[in-house]
Ligand binder design. Structure first.
Ligand SMILES: [Zn+2]
Length: 98
């Protein structure tokens, strides 16, 4: 059975799949703008969380001096080890939570 919802923009009743992105068939306005915004905010939070665990890896350029390349490879080694440990912990948490 399809639900219907009164459009907050034009006041007409429109069919509603109870989806946050459903739009009014009369004026194309969002039927539930508050829920849509809540979902947008939730997705933004997820993106932020993803960014927190992303490490900007050191870039080694072919034009770097041997000395710079040496230190950069050591730094990169630490970074990769760190990323590996963090991913392992996240995987472990996901496994234990599941
Ligand atoms: Zn409408």
């Amino acid at each position: 059975m399809k639900a219907s919802k009164k459009c907050p923009h034009c006041g007409h009743w429109s069919t509603w799949n109870q989806d946050t992105s459903d739009r009014c068939k009369h004026c194309q306005g969002l039927l539930d703008p508050a829920a849509f915004e809540r979902q947008q905010a939730q997705e933004e939070r997820k993106e932020e969380e993803k960014k927190r665990f992303t490490v900007n890896l050191i870039q080694i350029h072919p034009t770097d001096s041997a000395f710079a390349k040496f230190w950069k490879s050591i730094g990169l080694g630490f970074q990769l080890a760190f990323v590996g440990i963090v991913s392992f912990i996240l995987w472990l948490i996901a496994l234990l939570a599941g």
